[in-house]
Design a protein around this ligand. Structure first.
Ligand SMILES: [Zn+2]
Ligand SMILES: [Zn+2]
Length: 827
């Protein structure tokens, strides 16, 4: 055996090339092994692969490699999310065509990803801006369109004045409503837009009972969907040509306390109801309100300002006339855009009533108490009763909710209702770099879907990218000219493109059969691989990608294309690696860590292992290279152990004991490590798995110094350590496996199993003192008899050196804690 020093550069590239040449990670359907589809979120093609990508993909790569060694048929694909705004911005800023910029980035990122040494099956690569891919994104749109799940409507949309683009609600961030890409505050605009009817699935999307997802993600989706139960109640108005105004309330038990009504300024009935004397004032108020953001309007800090519009409604339960106001605290998009003002039992309504001197009437109180002075009575507890509420007076509030709702329904004035916060998914973008919406407009037949046989609707290459607020496609005559699929007349092509989140709502399906030319996927392949067994990625996608993917799968299921309900069976989020300044890494902050430099210096395995060792994978944290040397030294120690080169460095105590005991202790350490590392990897606890492998390396080193090199237990320990290390440090493990004469490839070996009889036996370390000073440590099993411990202690070379020929007076043992050898006093 050659005794070369540890030098990752001498073998890492070579192994990667061999694995690739041998197609080691290519996955096929079929065979007796159980399938395991492991997926990590594909990256956006924004430039370089940075340390955050390494962090995100190394974790699932470790699991994928272990699952494969455990006998699963593992599919672990990778691709690129390559449509979207940054490519177009690069085109505008630097005069590079988005396609050129994007595909150059993909080539560079693919090469960088390879240096990580992941077992991605690149033969399944998916690139969403390829026509072979977006043809099927357009197909998906057509399926939903035909099913009535895609529609076009005029909408007040969030608009980024810098990017000149419409944003989905999910892409508007923070209390001051900024663009998720550039941070510019958004404004509202009315535009014709395309939507997916995700609200049809609101209730089903609230059911997480059959998937294993992190609770915070489920909670975020639940809050985003925002389901609340209550009642809708019609309030007739005193204007013949206007329909009754419908309100939604979660507290129908308080309807007798409704003393006024408030409409959103945008409510459709406002213009018809406004009296002539007040019209100018009301219109000015409406214009002002539309300038404000939703968050400003919903803020609890500000005073509730409103204006009476000179009209009245009738409370259908009390038959009283109540005034109609408008106020910006009522939003058009929530509930019905109208609320009944119940100032005695709602904080906002109370403040409003006090400000404008509107009547306040308490209709619910606690069974024993009075009503609060000068403030609303809000508690919603079990022992409340209705007062001043007609036939319902004296009824428990909890019973009054269904009773009044039923009464409202009997009167034909509404009934039970559910309200949701979620809105339909806005999918159109007035930009170039995305899949064109496959629709044409004919003067005779209106909007018509492009026949599936004519897909893809290709993006033209020669367009002008100057940002004008309309799609660059609108000035491309060749693209615009189309034929009506119904009558063949000249027609105009839709110029909106699809949101990138449509691309990513189904990419996991395409991986199953990425080369299908005539259909989006092979149903057999999808049946085999789906759903994804484990999906990993950042928690920032909680309400965007993850919700949209669930919707897409449910819709495709209902259209007969899929036969399962959820795309991702288990989901785990990695933490985020921040810059050394504790800020999010970004080029503009200059805090991006380039992994390439670290790879040149330490090799890929050290970088992988270090990233997995810095803390719990689901927590992330600020970047610091402190400790990378220590991880590197650990791998060097493994190198020395596996090549039997001794030299374990300072600080290690030699194990002593009978051969039988040494063997048993080492085997116990080996098998316990197998058990614990297997569990840790499965739970994505990589940092603890690595520290357990470090401990095993120490145990092997001690055993080696005690003369066990060459013993079966020693070989078993080293081989097991390499097998356990193979998923985390794939190059080193392969190299050492070969050097030990084991068959290629270590990544095709069976995962080590442990013997429960051995793991049950623990060993303990006993400090051995001479006259109270620590001189050595014994590694023994807890049941080692006291006489044996005394014999081992007195046989220790270090102890013998300190005794220097003197016979001990006595040996004191604190069972399980320490051994102290007392010598005769000098003099
Ligand atoms: Zn922006
Ligand atoms: Zn036509």
């Amino acid at each position: 055996m050659t005794a070369e020093r540890f030098d990752p550069a001498s073998y890492e590239d070579a192994w990667r090339e061999r694995w690739e040449a041998d197609g080691l990670y290519r996955t096929e359907e079929g065979g007796p092994r159980a399938k395991h589809y492991l997926l990590t979120m594909y990256p956006y093609t924004s430039g370089d692969v940075h340390i955050g990508h390494w962090y995100a993909v190394t974790g699932p790569d470790i699991v994928a490699r272990m699952r494969r060694m455990q006998g699963f048929n593992v599919m672990f694909p990778m691709g690129f999310d390559s449509f979207g705004l940054p490519a177009e911005n690069a085109a505008i800023d630097r005069g590079i065509h988005p396609a050129v910029w994007t595909y150059a980035n993909i080539d560079r990122m693919r090469a960088q990803f390879r240096t990580i040494g992941t077992m991605f099956d690149w033969s399944r690569e998916v690139v969403t801006s390829d026509p072979e891919y977006y043809r099927w994104t357009q197909w998906l749109f057509l399926q939903l369109y035909r099913a009535g799940l895609a529609y076009r409507a005029l909408a007040a949309v969030d608009w980024c004045p810098k990017d000149l683009v419409v944003l989905a609600r999910e892409q508007v961030e923070g209390p001051d409503r900024r663009c998720w890409r550039c941070g510019t505050p958004c404004v509202k605009r009315d535009l014709e837009q395309w939507f997916f009817r995700i609200t049809n699935y609101a209730d089903e999307l609230l059911d997480f009972s059959r998937i294993d997802w992190p609770e915070p993600i489920n909670l975020m989706q639940t809050n985003w969907i925002g389901r609340s139960e209550g009642a809708e109640i019609d309030f007739p108005v005193e204007a013949d040509e206007v329909d009754p105004i419908r309100v939604f309330t979660t507290r129908p038990d308080t309807v007798y306390g409704a003393t006024f009504m408030v409409l959103a300024p945008e409510h459709a009935a406002v213009a018809a109801l406004t009296s002539e004397q007040l019209r100018a004032e009301v219109e000015a108020y409406v214009t002002e309100a539309r300038r404000e953001t939703e968050i400003e309007r919903m803020s609890t800090e500000r005073e509730r300002a409103g204006i009476f519009i000179g009209a009245h409604a009738v409370n259908p339960m009390t038959n009283e006339r109540i005034p109609i106001w408008i106020s910006d605290y009522v939003l058009p998009g929530y509930g019905t855009g109208a609320v009944m003002g119940v100032p005695a039992h709602d904080e906002r309504d109370h403040a409003f009533a006090v400000r404008y001197e509107l009547p306040i009437r308490y209709v619910v109180r606690s069974r024993d108490g009075g009503v609060p002075e000068g403030q609303p009575f809000l508690p919603h507890s079990a022992d409340e009763v209705l007062v001043d509420s007609g036939e319902f007076t004296g009824m428990a509030a909890a019973d009054a909710i269904p009773a009044i709702t039923t009464r409202v329904a009997e009167l034909g004035l509404g009934g039970p209702a559910v309200s949701y916060r979620i809105r339909d998914w806005l999918i159109s973008r007035q930009r170039y770099w995305g899949p064109p919406v496959p629709i044409v407009y004919c003067d005779v037949h209106g909007a018509q879907p492009v026949p599936e046989s004519e897909l893809p609707v290709l993006l033209p290459v020669d367009v002008d990218f100057a940002p004008t607020g309309v799609s660059p496609l609108q000035s491309h005559a060749g693209f615009l000219a189309a034929r009506c699929p119904v009558g063949g007349e000249p027609a105009r092509r839709e110029t909106d493109t699809l949101d990138t989140f449509v691309d990513s709502a189904w990419y996991f399906l395409r991986y199953c059969s990425p080369h299908e030319a005539d259909r989006p996927w092979d149903p057999e392949a999808v049946k085999h691989w789906m759903p994804v067994d484990l999906y990993t990625g950042g928690a920032e996608h909680a309400v965007l990608h993850l919700l949209y993917s669930r919707f897409a799968v449910k819709a495709l299921r209902d259209l007969g294309h899929l036969d399962f309900d959820e795309p991702f069976q288990a989901l785990r989020n990695q933490g985020q690696i921040l810059g050394a300044d504790h800020q999010r890494m970004s080029k503009s902050r200059g805090n991006v860590v380039n992994p390439d430099d670290l790879v040149v210096r330490y090799g890929s395995d050290t970088v992988r292992l270090f990233l997995m060792f810095i803390g719990p994978w689901d927590q992330g944290g600020p970047w610091s290279a402190t400790g990378i040397e220590g991880v590197h030294r650990f791998l060097a120690r493994v190198w020395n152990l596996a090549t039997d080169r001794g030299s374990h460095g300072p600080g290690l105590t030699v194990a002593i004991g009978s051969d039988e005991e040494l063997t048993r202790a080492l085997r116990a350490a080996t098998h316990r490590t197998i058990q614990e590392v297997s569990d840790d990897y499965a739970e994505l606890h990589f940092n603890t798995a690595i520290s357990k492998m470090m401990e095993l390396a120490n145990a092997i080193a001690r055993a080696g110094d005690a003369g066990m090199v060459g013993a079966d237990a020693h070989a078993e320990a080293v081989d097991s350590l390499l097998l356990l290390l193979a998923p985390a440090a794939p190059h080193l493990a392969e190299e050492l496996w070969k050097r030990r004469g084991r068959p290629y490839s270590i990544h095709q070996q069976a995962w080590p199993t442990y013997d429960p009889a051995l793991t049950a036996t623990e060993t303990i370390e006993l400090p051995v003192q001479v006259d109270g000073k620590l001189r050595d440590r014994l590694v023994v099993t807890p049941d080692t008899p006291a006489e044996e411990i005394e014999r081992l202690a007195l046989a220790s070379e270090k102890v013998l050196a300190h005794l220097a020929g003197r016979a001990p007076v006595r040996v004191v043992q604190v069972p399980g804690r320490l051994v102290n050898i007392v010598t005769p006093r000098e003099g």
